[in-house]
Design a protein around this ligand. Structure first.
Ligand SMILES: [Zn+2]
Length: 84
């Protein structure tokens, strides 16, 4: 048995709380926080796409296949942040 690599907790229960067996080095809390943060990033991307102004040069991202979105949107978001 080992402690969580992130916070040091011993509460690592792979067979409980709906864990899928991935990230055996994380405790239950850090495991679910990691999952949640991934989805929060997705939500940020969807919000960014939704809020694009009409005529934006990034409009074509909405027509890309889903597996191309993440990298394309991240690059475009970084570009916008850099411009401000
Ligand atoms: Zn932890």
């Amino acid at each position: 048995m080992s402690a969580c690599v992130d916070c040091g907790s011993w509460a690592i229960n792979h067979h409980l709380y709906g864990r899928d067996g991935s990230r055996p080095d994380l405790c239950d809390t850090c495991y679910w926080r990691l999952k949640a943060e991934k989805f929060r990033r997705d939500a940020e991307r969807y919000r960014w796409l939704r809020d694009l102004p009409l005529g934006s040069k990034h409009e074509q991202i909405g027509n890309m296949p889903g597996d191309m979105w993440d990298a394309a949107i991240d690059a475009a978001m970084g570009e916008r942040e850099g411009a401000t």
